[in-house]
Ligand binder design. Sequence first.
Ligand code: PLP
Length: 389
Amino acid sequence: MTVLDPSLPAILGGRPAWPAGPPDWPRFEQNVVDTLIQAAHDGSWGKYHGPHVARLTDLLAAAHDCPYVHLCCSGTAAVELALRGLHVGPGDEVVMGAYDFKGNFQDVLALGAMPVLVDVCAANATLDPARLPPALGPRTKAIIVSHLHGGIADMPEIVRIANTQGVPVIEDAAQMPGARVCGKIAGTWGDAGILSFGGSKLVTAGRGGAVLTARADIAQRIKLHVQRGNDAYPLSEIQAAAIGAQWPPLNEFNQRRAATACELAAALKWLGLVAFQNRPGDSQPGYYKLGLYYEREAFGGLPRETFAAAMRTEGVALDAGFRALHATHSSRRFRRASGLEHATRAGETVLTLHHPVLLAGPQAVAAVVEAVAKIARCAGAIQAQATEC
Ligand SMILES: *Cc1c(COP(=O)(O)O)cnc(C)c1O
C-alpha cells in the first residue's frame, strides 16, 4: 500500500488545505427565515400584490437616494429594461468593455442593436475611459459599465466623457450592491443603474433584479413595456420579502469581505496572483468575487484551468473569470472600437474567488495561502499528472 504524503496538494492525494470548503451560499440568516415564516403565515407569500414589493421599492429608493426603483425578475432583464428605457433598438450602438458579463452583450443583441467593444483597464478589467472617446459616434445610444470582481470602474471619468457627447450611461452594479464608488453608492452614477438578486449574488432571492433611475422618462418607458395587464418581468412578493431582510446587514458584510480581500491580496501577490486594484478615493468595493490575475510563470507554466481545478480540490472556490466577448462571439456580432489587448489578457488570465470564502475570515486567508503555496511547489507533478490523464 502506498502511503501518500499529506503535505502534497489534494489533487495529488494530499490533505486538502480546507477540508470543509467554503460555507454554503446563501448562509443561514435568522432574520431572513423569520421574514419568510411571517410571509408564510400572513398569506402575503402567495399574492400578486402585497406589502413586500412596495416596501423593498421604498427601501432601495431610500438607500440609493433615487426616485425610481423598478423591481424585476433578473439582473439580465434589468439591463434589457434599462436599454429599453433609453430607447435602444435596431441600428443603434451600445458601447461596453470587451471583458464583461456575457448577458449584457446578449441583451444588446436581443434589442437588435450592435455592441461596440472597447478595451478595459489593465489593473482591474473594467471599462477604460481613455478608450471611450473614439468609440462614441452618431449611432451610440448608451454605454454599459460594469463593476467586476471587486474592480471599481472609473465612473467619474466615464460619466464626464459620456456627458460631453450626450450619451447616457447604464451602471451595472450586479456584483457590487451597496458598495461605495467614489463617494456615491454603486448604481447611482449613470442615467440608470442595475442590481441583481440572482442565486449566487451578495443579496439573493434565487432570482431577481432592479433598475434604478432618477429619470422619469426612463422609469415611464420601462413601466409601459412591462405592463401587459400584468407585470411581464415581475419580482414576486416572497422574493421581495427575502431581499428586504438582507439589505440592512449588507454594509457590514461588505466591510468584512473587503477586509479579507485586502489581506488576501497582500499575501497572494508574492505567490503569483495579483488582485484587481482600485484607485483610492472614497470607495468601498463590494466583492461578489475577488478577481486575481494568474501569473502562469509563477506556477511552472501550469495552465490556469488546471490551477483552478487543483484549488477547488483543496476546498477553495476558485474559477476562471469571464471569457473576453470578442474571443467568444463572431466578429459580425460586434464592432471593435480599439485594440483589446487588456481584455484579451483578462479573458485568458483572470481567476475569481467566490465571495463566501471572504466571509470566513482569517481561516480562509490561511487556507487559500496554504493551498496556493502547495500547488506552486508541486506544479510540475500536477502538470505531469494532468497530461497523463
Ligand atoms: C450576475 C450579473 C448580471 C445578471 O444578473 P442575473 O440576475 O443573474 O440575470 C449582470 N451583470 C453582472 C456583472 C453580473 O455579475
